[in-house]
Design a binder for this molecule. Structure first.
Ligand code: ZN
Ligand code: ZN
Length: 357
């Protein structure tokens, strides 16, 4: 928020939540009221940074959230000139990356919910509809299956499927299109789902089937490689090597995956040059993609849990190419979409800058 709202944790002098006076009722109604956290409020005419500084030692190190606004960090620096300000990301990273059993259960529930959306795709995805029409139906469905919000919906058809972060346009889906559908939603638990499947409208040409077979093998190899003590970059390599061996190296233009939890993208990142070791309880995506510019693309994404003995998928939709509409014609008409408003469109972009891969 633009008014400073700040949890202040010290090693010795307790924990405070600093809130603007108008937010006190919400702070009192929040779980903070039951925790050992003292609510400290400031009025509009007061300097909230001086208040935060008064709760901190005058010298030493303070670690601030990675997403604290720059003007807040600078305000704190001016109010506490003898404190060294660092990023708290490195401290929180390991705590966030390893999920507790309760967190795993919440992510499992989220994965089941988004599976239920992909399972109904033939209801919405077919030739004659625009990407935007399909995306609007998907956003409604994401909430209907139990999410609190639909944060990000990619419907990338035909040549658009070659753009990994294409969202949804006015393009009309046609027979002969590959369609990448990637969905991120937030559950009432605040944990997120994230799943991609690639559909084909009509019978895929041989070249596309070959590309897809390579991609499917890459996703499977990365999944199989997951084991405690294995580095995240070797999981990336397991997928990338399959794609490179088939001649598509230059068309796999993003990392293989990302951790997921209270945010859609967090540690561990499944990425070359990022030698983090997998541990039991880590939950992340495995989502290789192949994108031929201007022609078509494909991506398969599952959320995966690292267990003591290997990997477990939390998403269970089939990973074969999903052929839709192969016998239907467009004359069957469109589903009614007229009165549906997109749901919760801004949430994800506000939180993450709107990236899905
Ligand atoms: Zn995704
Ligand atoms: Zn993802």
């Amino acid at each position: 928020m633009d008014r400073l709202t700040c949890l202040v944790i010290t090693g010795t002098d307790g924990t405070h939540i600093v809130v603007p006076a108008l937010e006190v009722p919400r702070a009192e109604a929040s779980p903070l009221a039951d925790a050992d956290v003292e609510i400290v409020s400031w009025r509009e005419e007061e300097d909230p940074f001086a208040l935060v500084a008064s709760l901190l030692p005058t010298r030493g190190v303070v670690a601030v959230d990675d997403r604290m606004w720059a003007n807040m960090v600078l305000g704190l620096r001016d109010a506490s000139p003898y404190l060294t300000i660092r990023s708290a990301g490195a401290i929180l990273r390991d705590l966030r990356a390893r999920k507790s059993p309760d967190e795993v259960a919440a992510l499992r529930e989220a994965a089941a919910a988004v599976d239920a959306v992909h399972a109904q795709m033939p209801k919405w995805l077919r030739a004659g509809r625009t990407e935007r029409q399909v995306a609007a139906d998907l956003r409604a469905a994401v909430v209907e299956v139990g999410h609190a919000t639909a944060d990000f919906v990619i419907v990338a058809s035909g040549p658009n499927s070659a753009s990994p972060h294409h969202e949804a346009s006015e393009r009309t889906i046609q027979r002969g299109d590959a369609v990448i559908v990637d969905i991120i939603g937030t559950m009432p638990s605040r944990y997120l789902s994230d799943e991609t499947r690639t559909y084909f409208i009509g019978e895929p040409p041989t070249q596309y089937r070959e590309l897809y077979t390579v991609l499917q093998k890459a996703q499977e190899e990365a999944f199989t490689a997951v084991m405690p003590g294995v580095s995240t970059q070797s999981i990336d390599a397991a997928a990338r090597d399959v794609i490179a061996a088939a001649g598509y190296a230059e068309y796999f233009v993003h990392r293989t995956g990302h951790g997921i939890g209270l945010e859609a993208h967090e540690e561990p990142y499944i990425l070359n040059g990022h030698p983090q070791m997998l541990e039991p309880g880590m939950v992340f995506s495995i989502e290789p993609g192949i994108y031929i510019p201007g022609v078509y693309g494909a991506r398969i994404e599952d959320i995966v849990l690292c267990t003591e003995s290997g990997a477990e998928r939390l998403n269970h939709r089939p990973r074969d190419i999903a052929v839709l509409d192969s016998h239907l014609s467009n004359r069957q008409g469109d589903l009614p979409t007229a009165n549906r408003e997109p749901v919760g469109q801004s949430t994800f972009e506000e939180r993450t800058g709107g990236t899905a891969v």
